[in-house]
Write a protein that binds this ligand. Structure first.
Ligand code: GLU
Length: 388
């Protein structure tokens, strides 16, 4: 077994789940397939069981945030649509109708169980822009302090590609990172992450615990470039990457079972647990790495990777071997070593300038770029997040 594969534990260490039972602030994400039938109508039995479990956790003193999809799905039946419209504006119209239907149902059910909800609709711009990000965080904290359960979705009515988060797996992880949640539970139509595709491989086993998100984990989740659509396992691994590197534990479990949330919240064995890193990067670093949009990447050599990972250094031009994508100063890029993303950070140079100074010493930057003064680091340590 290769070193990478050995990081996948099929047999769980049940003690690692004890930490989940202590989680106080919990973000739960539910997908459209969990909330609606193929007919385009709401699965009321399931919604009711989710609301009841969440209300019960809130009664125990836990702080709950719900990220719910289903706006487009719930808008289909009232508009007489048989399937999700392909046309963007029709999809947005469906989301406008469906978000109301959904919220009405949540509000009614949570009220019956004695809880107040607040709606938040977001686009990528709300996390990319620093002051909006801080506003969002403050509002979430205010709602939590008031004992309100925030219910969050992408603002599909105004979302177009440029401003879209795109999938609620990522949205829920960004929210969990923003509010420093202890635990993110993603409910899906599958039990968790398997060692292979369970539909085609009878030997596929459920992985109970993932300590490190290696490229192998992405591979078994569908491989880069495939199943990136909403609801795929790949987006869930990307979400796990955001969560664990923000110090948040994450569990993917089946939303088809009526007790997944309460079982996970007492540390019971359900789904796949992605173990959080011990350290939690500062709020500004979490925003740089996960709130903003990735605009490109640089590849580094071994000496540079070691300096970043082991010595806590800044990224200098000398260790950069390749630059990819088009980006400007101040944008967020990935740092790659051996095809693996090892860090993310806010870059001090454009991709065009980096192409010229890659592999050079810092004192050569001004003469190569023909400028009077320049940063000596490509990414300063204070704007850099190491991903394990
Ligand atoms: N925001 C979309 C909706 O509510 C769903 C996105 C997703 O499921 O990831 O319909």
């Amino acid at each position: 077994m290769s070193e990478r594969e050995s990081t996948v534990k099929v047999v769980t260490n049940e003690h690692s789940r004890d930490v989940l039972a202590k989680a106080k602030r919990i973000v739960v994400k539910v997908g459209t397939s969990t909330l609606t039938y193929d007919t385009g109508r709401l699965n009321l039995r399931r919604i009711e069981s989710i609301v009841k479990q969440l209300a019960d956790l809130a009664n125990q003193g836990k702080e709950i945030i719900l990220v719910s999809s289903g706006a487009v799905g719930a808008g289909l039946a009232p508009l007489g649509f048989k399937e999700k419209p392909k046309d963007l504006v029709m999809k947005q119209a469906a989301a406008s109708v469906g978000q109301g239907v959904l919220l009405h149902m949540y509000e009614k059910l949570f009220r019956e169980y004695g809880h107040t909800v607040g709606q938040i609709l977001l686009t990528r711009e709300d996390s990319m822009n620093r002051s909006r990000y801080i506003n969002l965080r403050n509002t979430l904290y205010a709602l939590i302090s008031l004992g309100v359960i925030p219910i969050i979705n992408e603002n599909d009515v105004v979302s177009i590609d440029e401003v879209k988060i795109g999938d609620n797996d990522t949205l829920s992880a960004v929210i969990a990172s923003t509010v420093e949640a202890d635990l993110l539970i993603i409910l899906s139509d599958i039990e968790g992450l398997y060692t292979a595709n369970p539909q085609t491989n009878p030997d596929a086993e459920l992985i109970h615990e993932v300590d490190v998100i290696t490229p192998h984990i992405y591979e078994i989740a569908g491989g880069a470039g495939t199943s990136r659509g909403t609801g795929g396992m790949y987006t869930k691994i990307q979400a796990a990457n955001i969560a664990v590197n923000s110090g948040v534990h994450m569990v993917i479990a089946s939303g088809e079972r009526n007790d997944s949330i309460e079982v996970i919240a007492v540390g019971g064995l359900r789904g796949t647990h992605f173990v959080a890193r011990d350290s939690k990067p500062h709020m500004k670093k979490r925003w740089v790495a996960f709130g903003k949009r990735l605009k490109g990447s640089v590849t580094v050599d071994k000496g540079c990777a070691d300096a970043l990972l082991k010595k806590g250094s800044s990224l200098l031009p000398v260790g950069i071997t390749a630059v990819s994508g088009e980006f400007h100063e101040g944008e967020t890029i990935s740092i790659l070593f051996n095809d693996e993303e090892i860090a993310r950070g806010m870059v001090n140079f454009s991709s065009a300038d980096l192409d010229q100074i890659k592999g050079c010493n810092s004192h050569e930057i001004t003469s190569i770029l023909k400028i009077d003064s320049a940063h000596t680091e490509v990414i300063h340590r204070d704007n850099l997040v190491i991903l394990r």
